[in-house]
Design a protein around this ligand. Structure first.
Ligand code: GLY
Length: 408
């Protein structure tokens, strides 16, 4: 951004624009932000951190989703335990209030037993926004060591015959042994982190192999993806697409598409592999084309009732973060413009602002439509990614400090 642009925006929007004009950690496509959008995003971030501040003293475990607007908790963190401490870290960056930092560390500490958990692929979701961020923001090596142990647990799930990381089930359980899901793309950055911190390439090598396999079998010619792809776990031979959380094997679960486009962008930044960037763009272009004018994704872009179907605001928040990353990686302003529209739409139509009961920030999220589980509720990853996305716009340097927005 030129000096004159900074001056114009600062004059037009006053103090509210200061954060938005700090130098991004990576080259932004174009960081002009219309003043009304800037006001909306800043108000949403302020609302989010005040909601978190109010609720945090009563939060003793990990929020997994709401029932009639109140958080329901998991004691061990399920797959979502990274998002509450991650949200607290983001709140600390936005406010510099040390209460958020203390809450973030106390919450992250409760995840410690999970660093040895070889029974899930979700270790990136669990340990990146919590422990990797804790290490980056505090410098305390306890967090780095634990995150690397979690990466050691994750790579045990690698199947060298099929070149994939198994998603679900205990390693001793043959059920689901050949099941790969698009969500795993978001767990790979923990492996990239472990390779950078240890100097041992084995973690990133496995991440790259998994991403190559995902790239080969998931994207359809139009850039949409299924939720699941099954392999024969013994031979490694591909079987075919499937779904668990989407409508069908031929549909496109919107949150899965969001995990994919964000995950491939991250893998491009960590490797410089142009094919990962091209894949991220194909997935992103499909998601952008599938958006309804209200910019709140339907739960599955190919559900029979779409575009008039149940919403998943969490897919919108994750998509926005991925598009902001993709805009920086490609220099294409259009991705950033869609991301800003997503974030402002979520801020204007999906927040819990009119409810005195609500404990979450974002409403209208859907957890598992085929199971009729969590239809248009609040989910902790929607709150986390909304705040990450807004702060990527308002405070890119701070978000870089927390989660590392750099490219190789
Ligand atoms: N990774 C599980 C989900 O997105 O619901």
């Amino acid at each position: 951004m030129s000096v004159s642009r900074r001056t114009v925006l600062t004059t037009a929007a006053g103090a509210a624009v200061v954060g938005a004009t700090s130098t991004p950690a990576v080259a932004a496509a174009d960081d002009r932000i219309p003043v009304p959008a800037l006001r909306t995003l800043r108000a949403a971030a302020d609302y989010a951190v005040e909601k978190v501040r109010t609720v945090a003293p009563s939060v003793t475990a990990f929020p997994v989703g709401t029932k009639f607007e109140k958080w329901v908790y998991s004691q061990n963190g399920s797959w979502v335990g990274g998002f509450w401490p991650g949200t607290l870290w983001m709140a600390w960056l936005h406010t510099e209030d040390h209460a958020f930092r203390s809450w973030a560390m106390a919450s992250a500490e409760k995840l410690a037993p999970r660093q040895y958990d070889t029974g899930t692929h979700d270790l990136g979701f669990l340990f990146y926004p919590s422990w990797v961020t804790a290490w980056r923001l505090t410098g305390d090596d306890v967090w780095r060591t634990g995150a690397i142990r979690a990466a050691d647990s994750l790579i045990q799930r690698y199947n060298p015959r099929g070149h994939f990381i198994r998603a679900w089930g205990a390693l001793t359980d043959p059920k689901n042994a050949g099941r790969v899901i698009i969500d795993t793309m978001m767990n790979l950055d923990l492996l990239a982190f472990a390779s950078r911190r240890t100097g041992d390439a084995k973690y990133l090598d496995i991440a790259v192999e998994h991403a190559r396999t995902t790239q080969r079998v998931f994207p359809r010619p139009d850039g949409s993806t299924p939720h699941v792809f099954d392999f024969d776990p013994d031979s490694g031979a591909p079987i075919g697409p499937n779904t668990v959380q989407g409508y069908s094997p031929t549909s496109c679960w919107s949150r899965g598409q969001a995990w994919g486009l964000y995950g491939f962008t991250t893998m491009y930044r960590r490797t410089g592999n142009a094919e990962f960037l091209a894949t991220a763009r194909r997935l992103a272009d499909f998601a952008v084309r599938a958006l309804t004018p209200d910019h709140v994704p339907v739960w599955d872009y190919r559900a029979p009732q779409q575009p008039h179907d149940i919403k998943d605001a969490s897919a919108g928040a994750i998509t926005a973060c991925g598009l902001l990353d993709l805009a920086a990686a490609t220099g294409r302003r259009s991705y950033r413009e869609v991301a800003l529209r997503l974030l402002t739409a979520l801020s204007e139509t999906c927040l819990t602002t009119n409810s005195a009961r609500a404990e979450a920030v974002v409403a209208r999220c859907t957890r598992h439509r085929p199971n009729e589980d969590g239809i248009e509720i609040s989910l902790p990853y929607a709150d986390y990614y909304l705040l990450e996305g807004i702060l990527r716009v308002l405070r890119p340097k701070d978000v870089d400090r927390a989660i590392d927005l750099s490219s190789v």
